[in-house]
Design a protein around this ligand. Sequence first.
Ligand SMILES: Nc1ncnc2c1ncn2[C@@H]1O[C@H](COP(=O)(O)OP(=O)(O)OP(=O)(O)O)[C@@H](O)[C@H]1O
Ligand SMILES: [Mg+2]
Length: 117
Amino acid sequence: MKLVIGITRPEKANDVLESLFRAEVRGLSISRVQGHGGELERVETYRGTTVKMELSEKARFEIAVSDEFVDRTIEALCEGARTGEVGDGKIFVVPLEQAVRIRTGETDHGAVTPVGA
Ligand SMILES: Nc1ncnc2c1ncn2[C@@H]1O[C@H](COP(=O)(O)OP(=O)(O)OP(=O)(O)O)[C@@H](O)[C@H]1O
Ligand SMILES: [Mg+2]
């Protein structure tokens, strides 16, 4: 299992949800985060102009999937989130040791595959 973390523009979050749905990826969490992706902000001070690391609002998707779903999850995130401009976001794939569905006690593959899917 893997935890796929996708950081996207918040205004692309609905497009990402749509493409995940089309890819039959179900079960995810979204949060709002602030992030820095290398862009610098110019700040005027009395000494002149300096630069500081710019923070921007991003949507953070967390999607726990079994291994055979990793590629289609990444493809769906890219398809939904890409504009081609800097700041489109990033995807991190992290090994996931355990998952538990609280209601049934199912674990791992049975727990990340949504009921009815
Ligand atoms: N190395 C990183 N570690 C953790 N989060 C990151 C990292 N790089 C980017 N992010 C997150 O992703 C968001 C978007 O990053 P961004 O799209 O600017 O990445 P990038 O690599 O600079 O690509 P681009 O060239 O398209 O701007 C950041 O605001 C931050 O939340
Ligand atoms: Mg960037």
